[in-house]
Ligand binder design. Structure first.
Ligand SMILES: C[S@@+](CC[C@H](N)C(=O)[O-])C[C@H]1O[C@@H](n2cnc3c(N)ncnc32)[C@H](O)[C@@H]1O
Length: 354
């Protein structure tokens, strides 16, 4: 067995490597964009040195909690190293090849540049956009293939560590159902995308039935490849709108939702939380993870305000000022708590017993 210190060092080295790779990619691609597509990048001031220090401190704290919770057995340490490395290496050049079309879209401020063949009728209007200038929005296999790697680069290799912060509160929340027979505890991941959160839950909480919904068929296809190819179990993936979940009331014991709310207008945000409440059994737990907000992280307000200037995120500015705790309580949740981990805020809420 590898001694824990060696594993910890390997983990720290991996995170540092991912962080440097993310920074190098962004630095280089921004320089290239300035040359190839002048005017595509909005002007923003450089990040002040004390903010850089604060960012570094917050990232190190995330790394520490990620390691500590693995040591405590909340998830296997192997999860800290898990990623489709070979696929990412193959797909990385595609990210560079995709950049010029992203720049053109930025330059022309074209935000509804979507594949012609999609049936627009089946999606809500707010969804039909190139979020983060993504080629095809969420509506093609090409977009689904690049998404995970793009997010890892955006967050300097911390995206999976931030998603993992839902595992401890979810595991705690599900304890009250532990006398149930295996398979009788159901966890739904809303807007599962390529299924990274479901994969993490699959590794950390065996014997729960996993379900995921998302509006994008392409993203669900990608999720299926990751979730259903191993002999670990199956996840049921359904194309659906999070505002109208295709599940019976009181049918889930856990619900997670990661990085969705900031991409929704207010009304949709409210509908999603109401639906999460409806499908949960009384006593069930909702773990929500999304961007930090101005009220909880004023030290990062400079970054939060710049983010939607750089990336097409039409609802982000509204989101960072929204009161999610009040929204959860208006939906009926009780025991709402929240904590921040680097760029992610994690809310924990319970559906009260009748
Ligand atoms: C930023 S991604 C987050 C995906 C994933 N949870 C993760 O951690 O990477 C947002 C996801 O929400 C999905 N989505 C957006 N609006 C939705 C809606 N109304 N109903 C279901 N899925 C939606 C998108 O298709 C996309 O997969």
């Amino acid at each position: 067995m590898t001694p824990p210190n060696v594993t910890k060092l390997a983990y720290k080295t991996l995170q540092q490597g991912k962080s440097l790779a993310g920074l190098a990619h962004k630095g280089l691609s921004t320089k290239l964009m300035e040359i190839m597509a002048p005017g595509a990048m909005p002007s923003t001031n450089p990040i002040p040195p004390d903010l850089l220090l604060e960012l570094k401190r917050s990232m190190t704290a995330l790394e520490q909690v990620d390691w500590l919770e693995a040591e405590q057995g909340l998830y296997p340490k192997s999860q800290l190293f898990e990623a489709p490395w070979i696929e990412w290496a193959i797909r990385y050049p595609l990210i560079w090849l995709d950049l010029p079309s992203t720049w053109r879209r930025r330059q022309a401020r074209r935000f509804q540049d979507l594949p012609k063949q999609i049936d627009q009728e089946i999606y809500p209007n707010y969804y039909l956009q190139n979020f983060h200038h993504q080629t095809d929005g969420y509506l093609s296999d090409h977009s689904a293939e690049l998404y995970d790697l793009q997010v890892e680069i955006l967050f300097n290799g911390t995206a999976d560590s931030m998603r993992r912060r839902v595992l401890a509160p979810l595991k705690r929340g599900l304890k009250k159902f532990k006398s149930r027979r295996p398979g009788n505890i159901r966890v739904l991941d809303i807007a599962t995308g390529t299924g990274r959160t479901l994969q993490q839950i699959q590794g950390a909480i065996p014997n729960v039935e996993l379900l995921g919904i998302d509006l994008s068929q392409s993203y669900l296809r990608e999720a299926t490849r990751y979730l259903n190819h191993k002999r670990k179990g199956l996840a049921q993936l359904i194309r659906a709108n999070a505002e109208e979940l295709p599940f019976a009331s009181n049918s889930m014991q856990g619900v997670t939702c990661v990085f969705l709310l900031h991409e929704l207008p207010r009304e949709a945000r409210k509908n999603v939380l109401n639906e999460a409440f409806r499908v949960l059994e009384p006593g069930g737990v909702m773990i929500l993870a999304d961007s930090i907000q101005i009220a909880d992280s004023p030290q990062f307000s400079y970054l939060l305000e710049n983010f939607p200037k750089i990336f097409h995120e039409p609802f982000y500015r509204d989101y960072i000022n929204d009161d999610i705790e009040s929204r959860l309580m208006s939906s009926g949740f009780l025991g709402v708590t929240a904590e921040s981990h680097f760029m992610t805020r994690v809310w924990n809420a319970t559906k009260p017993l009748d």
